[in-house]
Design a protein around this ligand. Structure first.
Ligand SMILES: Cc1cc2nc3c(=O)[nH]c(=O)nc-3n(C[C@H](O)[C@H](O)[C@H](O)COP(=O)(O)OP(=O)(O)OC[C@H]3O[C@@H](n4cnc5c(N)ncnc54)[C@H](O)[C@@H]3O)c2cc1C
Length: 300
């Protein structure tokens, strides 16, 4: 387990990491010329905040005190389901003819609603196999081999942009530690009024879409699921041009400690409405390429 990053005041750069052997609890140091912090958003924040030195008493590179702040994720609170009376002669192997995706359509070219940004919608249609829920063994096998299908149903879910707020943050506990002696994390992230309004809009819009498409038994609701249920955590070590308002530059280097790169979701300034991981991977590839170039030029 990486406990922290080692910073050398004299050299003015990071020199390696301190790890705790998970089995023996032994503390071991490893040294390197460059360090990529990619432990996933939450853990990357935790490692950096725990990397204190006389130069960086509040966490490595955290001169402006913004590290761990502006944590964001996606808003998946809005969910819908409805059935369709038709296409009963159609069955798709695997019972799933595919997913539909509605790209963000709110506030794309101008501000048109009482909330900021917008949401995409994912949809998935399938036919239920009737009466298989309470069967086991041979009876279930027989049923699955000779299924009788119910109506088509289509699920829908929103993927909303949670506008990052400074108050949505994570921090290290001052008095509680885990079994490795690493400070425990405290996450304090809540939905704001913008998220509530956006969810209400999804409920209205998705209901209308189902109605216009001729669906029946329409149920679209705000599930109230808490932030993080989407497992798309982002932010805390945000990228930006100005070291006063961001922690990383355009190549994912800490403004204040250039041989440390953070290129996972922690670098994101906001989450937009797409699945995020390909973006993290792309940023990582670019940052790694740049790091090698800089290393070869002896700049790091
Ligand atoms: C069920 C599920 C479904 C998902 N579906 C999608 C999807 O469809 N599309 C999409 O874009 N994203 C999806 N995601 C999100 C996606 O998985 C993450 O964005 C992605 O894995 C992040 O990659 P990462 O390398 O930053 O972190 P990870 O893949 O989590 O890797 C981080 C690694 O660091 C290690 N680590 C952490 N802390 C320490 C430490 N202190 N010391 C040493 N090692 C440490 C961890 O053990 C882990 O191996 C999904 C996530 C889940 C859980």
């Amino acid at each position: 387990m990486v406990e922290s990053i080692l910073y050398d005041d004299q050299k003015g750069k990071a020199i390696g990491v301190r790890v705790i052997d998970r089995l023996t609890q032994e503390s071991i140091e490893f040294y390197a010329k460059i360090i990529f912090v990619n432990a996933s958003t939450i853990n990357s924040n935790a490692i950096l905040l725990n990397s204190t030195s006389s130069r960086f008493p509040n966490g490595l590179g955290n001169d402006n005190g913004l590290m761990g702040k502006y944590i964001t994720c996606h808003n998946y609170r809005g969910k819908g389901y409805a059935t369709f009376e038709g296409f009963l002669d159609q069955v798709n192997l695997g019972r799933n003819p595919g997913h539909a995706y509605v790209p963000r359509f709110r506030n794309v070219y101008s501000q048109e609603t009482d909330f900021l940004r917008g949401y995409a919608i994912g949809m998935s249609a399938s036919r239920q196999i009737e009466g298989s829920g309470d069967l086991v063994g041979d009876a279930l096998r027989e049923k699955l081999l000779k299924p009788s299908y119910g109506m088509w149903g289509m699920a829908a879910w929103m993927q909303g942009e949670m506008v990052p707020e400074e108050s949505n943050h994570l921090r290290l506990s001052k008095d509680e530690k885990d079994k490795y002696g690493i400070p425990k994390l405290i996450l304090s992230v809540e939905w704001k009024e913008n998220d509530n309004k956006m969810t209400r809009d999804f409920v209205e819009q998705q209901t209308e879409m189902y109605e216009r498409m001729g669906f029946k038994n329409i149920k679209v609701e705000d599930t109230g699921a808490p932030p993080g249920s989407d497992i798309h955590e982002m932010g805390g070590v945000r990228m930006g041009k100005d070291p006063k308002t961001s922690l990383l530059n355009g190549f994912n280097q800490l403004h204040a400690c250039k041989n440390v790169f953070v290129s996972d979701g922690a670098c994101m300034t906001s989450g937009s409405t797409q699945n995020p991981t390909l973006t993290f991977m792309t940023l990582t590839a670019r940052a790694a390429n740049y790091a090698v170039e800089e290393l070869n030029k002896l700049n790091l």
